[in-house]
Design a protein around this ligand. Sequence first.
Ligand SMILES: NC(=O)C1=CN([C@@H]2O[C@H](COP(=O)(O)OP(=O)(O)OC[C@H]3O[C@@H](n4cnc5c(N)ncnc54)[C@H](O)[C@@H]3O)[C@@H](O)[C@H]2O)C=CC1
Ligand SMILES: O=C(O)CCC(=O)C(=O)O
Length: 427
Amino acid sequence: MKESEKAETKENNQKSSQNVLESTQTVVHKALGKLGYPEEVYELMKEPLRMMTVRIPVRMDNGSIKIFTGYRAQHNDAVGPTKGGVRFHPDVSETEVKALSIWMSLKAGIVDLPYGGGKGGIVCDPREMSFPEIERLSRGYVRAISQIVGPTKDIPAPDVFTNSQIMAWMMDEYSRMKEFDSPGFITGKPLVLGGSHGRESATAKGVTICIREAAKKKGINLEGARIVIQGFGNAGSFLAKFMYDAGAKVVGISDVYGGLHDPEGLDIDYLLDRRDSFGTVSKLFKDTISNEELLELDCDILVPAAIENQITEQNVDRIKANIIVEAANGPTTIEATKQLSERGVLLVPDVLASAGGVTVSYFEWVQNNQGFYWEEEEVEKRLEKVMVTAFDNVYRVSSTRKVDMRLAAYMVGVRKMAEASRFRGWI
Ligand SMILES: NC(=O)C1=CN([C@@H]2O[C@H](COP(=O)(O)OP(=O)(O)OC[C@H]3O[C@@H](n4cnc5c(N)ncnc54)[C@H](O)[C@@H]3O)[C@@H](O)[C@H]2O)C=CC1
Ligand SMILES: O=C(O)CCC(=O)C(=O)O
């Protein structure tokens, strides 16, 4: 890419992160207003309480030193320690991380966890780095943010382009620094290091439960239903497998490079076998479609499971699905949400649909703290209960208060944080 193109892409990304934050603030404001909270509650919640920017020097394999920029945002810790993933991506920005931390607070409220929201990210492209470089970067990030994180302060987890191996390096670095084994510092770890059964597939499990509940509301039978999934990473690939096994027809999937489409249904087991660790599979095929085309495919259920700002005013008219379930954080703009709601599309918002990940992260942290580990069935049973209760609560608020599902989810999500902030005497 030419320098001028790079600058333009950077500027566009900054604008879209700004939009994402402003849209989130708008909906938080509306939700608090609907619940009758005074303006100062919004003033407290519109930005994270703490935002740390760090510069991380990393020795690259060729001997040079490269300085990476990283962030950690802690939105609100009135309810308990902050919690949320760490993203390794070239488009990470301070504004994006702020918005992501607010969403984490809302998710924790919706699934009723004793946490506030946090989120982190490093501006980097791990697809172009070696394993040892990624390890040095991960360890450097932990050293840089060590003062503000910890098992009772702020607990990181995986997100886009980070995984259980990276969580293991981060946990090891933190434990070495503090001179005691600290599995509860981070979640999404490998099982042998105190990870929980079911965490890897938890986000997709939660999305699957939301799809099932939404399909019931719309009278759609999942057996044979046509589903399109954007993103074939942790969230998207497990989801594709769960849907395929449930008898749905996965007619489209995609990754950052493009999408695959088959109206008769794709062979998901085969694609899972061929995907790489960054959730890439489309490059192996000649006959691909673009991500834009994928979102507009004829289908019953659409699941954006990649990144922000995918369904916008530009393409919302051409979206054909009856149900949209947001596995990704922030894939639909508020303008598009409004139009979809007016058209009667049932949109299950990110802060509800993708909350299965942080729910099982909480279970992992509880198991680390008590030193007693649960079997997979126990995790599944608890996750099912949490997600169904959360879906029902949000759906009920949406129906009784006559607001769209996103606003309803925000109304459910902000309440506990507002009450906790009030009891603490902050507002
Ligand atoms: N991993 C988790 O536990 C959770 C993830 N999420 C959200 O789900 C989404 C996906 O996260 P993961 O599956 O963990 O990430 P991942 O890194 O495992 O996979 C990301 C997928 O998105 C694709 N992708 C990346 N950039 C893209 C672009 N510009 N256009 C189209 N596709 C693109 C990648 O090729 C890959 O297939 C993110 O929004 C994340 O914040 C939400 C809750 C929990
Ligand atoms: O598992 C966690 O703690 C956080 C997951 C996350 O980052 C998210 O839900 O966006």
